[in-house]
Design a protein around this ligand. Sequence first.
Ligand code: 4AD
Ligand code: MG
Length: 463
Amino acid sequence: MDRQLIKHVFGRTDFGSAVTVAGWVRTRRDSKGGFSFIDLNDGSSFSSIQVIAPGELANYQSDVLRLTIGSSIAVTGELVESPGEGQAVEIRAAEITVYGFADPETYPLQKKRTSLERLREIAHLRPRTNTIGAVARVRNALAFATHRFYQERDFLYLHTPMITTSDAEGSGEMFQVTTLDPASPPRDLDGNVDYTQDFFGRQAFLTVSGQLEAEAYALALDRVYTFGPTFRAENSNTRRHLAEFWMIEPEAAFFDLDDNARLAEDYLKYMVRYLLETCEEDIAFFDKWIDDSVLATLTAVVDRPFERITYGEAIDILGKADAGFEFPTTWGSDLQSEHEVYLAEQAFDRPVIVTDYPSDIKAFYMRRNDDGTVAAMDVLVPRVGELIGGSQREERLDVLAASIDRHGLDADLYWWYLDLRRFGTAPHSGFGLGFARMVAFATGMQNVRDVVPFPRTPRNAEF
Ligand code: 4AD
Ligand code: MG
């Protein structure tokens, strides 16, 4: 079939020429004059194209009048200039082929708006809605912009393993990977599970981050980035946590914290600029129907420099805020999402990079400052809070070994990570951007469950 995607048909002006499209019916309206209007969508653009189906079509009675929302068809006809407002082109059908009807009695998507909660239960059909279709296109644009940004800056795309034996964050929130029989695992003399008989000869897990492996490659190839799935077995049922999400993790040799912060700001600005250029119609939809601050927030990301403050300054600001926080804002307490959102929205009204956190609330690998804080940085954005977490890494062998110890971790498991400091160590830095949170930020969608095609959360892995 010599078919065109609908978005390309919208760009045509050769009226009178032949055109073929295919897709799923959004609406059908029958005119008194004995013909029908069909809005057809193939997901290539937000807008559907209008098809005029004349009553003379051979299958007008048998097929066209049975078309309902969700039916799939191909249309061949003539490109005509649209008399109506809005769209410039429409198609006068000469032939309509039906591939599949969608019984309106049982097809769960009807013209009236379906709630986002209900759509999660039919995640296999929800990409056919305006909202989830637009999310998918935005997600794609952000992914493409990510690769372009890093490739233009000589970062090498690195694939780090998904199965690992090291806990990159040292927080123990990992899913175990095993082929042992859970009902009767082999046991050692003490009665403990004998993992030497497991698939990998030891306990293995799904990775929480590719960072440690990325460091190994950065300390050989200078600049790398990962873009892949990561897994967290934290039992948090919030609107910004998933058990499986994709992360982008750049890691660069000879970068200090300041270089790292600049990279993060440049990256975010680049992604948003690309999005505004390529997904105009989708962003306009989100701004109109999902959150009327989306466009202004995104434009501000591009136009204004990010704010930079230390954790200490953040604590001062939060302590003086009269915002009725649920969690404490005293030195040493971790910033909660309510605090992060306050800083990015109320306090500064733009993305904020918070640096130099107390070591106790951050991961073991972060570089220790002279005052006992660590060279950490979190990038906080309106609505979402923490979007990026990163740091300069501890490159001094003795200081790193002491930190592993202080965090109560088993130094033996990190032997190869310590080797990177034993042999040709160098200052280096990196960060991780949670891709689901980025898509939520870019679209104004409240819940990360609605920006990931098939979300995995506690007690939910349907599809
Ligand atoms: O702050 P995190 O835990 O940092 C790391 O994993 C570092 N190893 C990254 C690095 O320096 N290379 O996670 C990074 C980001 C967070 O800022 C957040 O956006 C996202 O990952 N994230 C989650 N997104 C969805 N669901 C979860 N459960 C998430 N946990 C973290
Ligand atoms: Mg973090």
